[in-house]
Ligand binder design. Structure first.
Ligand SMILES: [Zn+2]
Length: 264
């Protein structure tokens, strides 16, 4: 199996046995070059089987993949972070899109409490606010493309590239919420191995994606658990990050040229 991030060969890593959703044994593979790991079992599934698994999982868990209290706080912190970054001119005004938004929780908070518009799109859900159809999505047209809890569900490179393709060249930002450790642990009991999670990124694989897509620096906030990546040079972004952190009085945003590898 070839790594969808760096195209190197992947090797068998470990297995986990699930007792739900007709999954049984799931085999995880890992790229020796960038550390990206993926479930070969999930990647080899038919589209029909994959859709059924997601449907079964989400109807059983009522759309929740973690503690709703934690998740709702995270949505609020993401809306707050994006709002503060707009005020500081770190994210340009313009069309903003939440790709794979679920019901559109971040868009609702931004609309109701921060007076910002975030359009919403989801292949599988009907968002409750600012929904746009697939045909209305603007390639290279958004100053911000947000995706939260999407990357760990993506089975192929084409989908990653599609998400990124909606970001405006030169000035647009890509914001990602997923779990990004230094190394994926070879542990069947790792909490992130949910029945519907199939892709596990690392600091190195995220750096490679940034390089391939032309992003030059990034910030992270640990309460929002959100990265925002910039196409602009670090020298253009860093002073604005410093100004926001000074105003807050603490290191609200963690900044780094390249990928902000916060979890080591
Ligand atoms: Zn790789």
């Amino acid at each position: 199996m070839q790594c969808m991030i760096c195209q190197s060969g992947m090797q068998y890593f470990f297995s986990k046995t699930f007792t739900q959703f007709d999954l049984d044994q799931v085999d995880y593979w890992k790229c020796s070059a960038c550390g990206f790991a993926a479930s070969k079992t999930h990647l080899d599934m038919s589209d029909e089987r994959w859709a059924r698994l997601n449907n079964d999982f989400h109807s059983q868990t009522h759309y929740t993949e973690d503690n709703p209290y934690n998740r709702n706080q995270r949505y609020f912190n993401q809306a707050l972070m994006l709002s503060l970054m707009r005020k500081q001119d770190l994210i340009p005004a313009g069309d903003w899109l939440d790709w794979g938004c679920g019901v559109g929780a971040v868009a609702r908070l931004l609309r109701d409490y921060f007076d910002l518009r975030l359009d919403t799109y989801d292949k599988y859900f009907t968002p409750e606010v600012n929904a746009v159809t697939a045909s209305a999505l603007k390639p290279c047209g958004h100053q911000l493309v947000l995706n939260t809890a999407v990357f760990e569900h993506v089975r192929d490179r084409a989908t990653l590239n599609e998400i990124e393709s909606y970001v405006k060249p030169d000035s647009g930002c890509l914001a990602v919420h997923t779990l990004v450790p230094e190394n994926v642990p070879a542990n069947p009991d790792w909490m992130y191995l949910l029945p519907v999670h199939c892709a596990f990124h690392t600091n190195r694989s995220m750096q490679l994606l940034m390089d391939q897509w032309g992003y030059r620096c990034s910030v992270y906030n640990e309460h929002a658990k959100l990265w925002v990546m910039f196409r602009e040079a670090p020298a253009a972004i860093e002073p604005k990050v410093a100004a926001l952190n000074k105003a807050m009085g603490w290191q609200y945003l963690h900044f780094k040229p390249g990928f902000m590898d916060y979890w080591k």
